[in-house]
Design a binder for this molecule. Sequence first.
Ligand code: 4NP
Length: 161
Amino acid sequence: MIRVLFVCLGNICRSPLAEAIFNSKVKQAGMQAQFKCDSAGTSDFHIGELPDERTINCAAKYQLPLHHRGRQVNRTDFRDFEYILAMDDNNLRNLNNLKVRYGFADKEIFLMRDFVDATQGMSVPDPYYGGEEGFEEIYQILDEALDSFLANVKARHQLYA
Ligand code: 4NP
């Protein structure tokens, strides 16, 4: 079982949407038995909350089931998840500090867009203070990034549906 954790700041916009999109792609590929994914935030701002209303609307538009409550990244996540993917530089920096503090200094943390050659090092922009259109933008970014991530992981682990 390959465990994947998507991480943003609040865990109500980008990372729960990434989780929903990835679950849908895994299902479409018939690989539900091989993957388990979850999402979390670096902050404690929205623990226990449903995703942002705009995230819910975006998921509904693309018919993606969304079952998540906000939670904060914790120590055991570094042990339990093989792939931890940060949405932006700020999340990446926080995760790289946390992993050292929690005794997982060697753990590699990835940036979500690093799996698309043309977008390496780029962020999935924080849509929180913008409008509804920002959610369409992050959907498109995540859709592309997650296709590449899934293809990369399938190749790396020699997974065939
Ligand atoms: P997310 O977006 O990190 O994609 O979930 C945000 C959600 C909440 C806040 C910032 C970003 N906030 O400041 O409360």
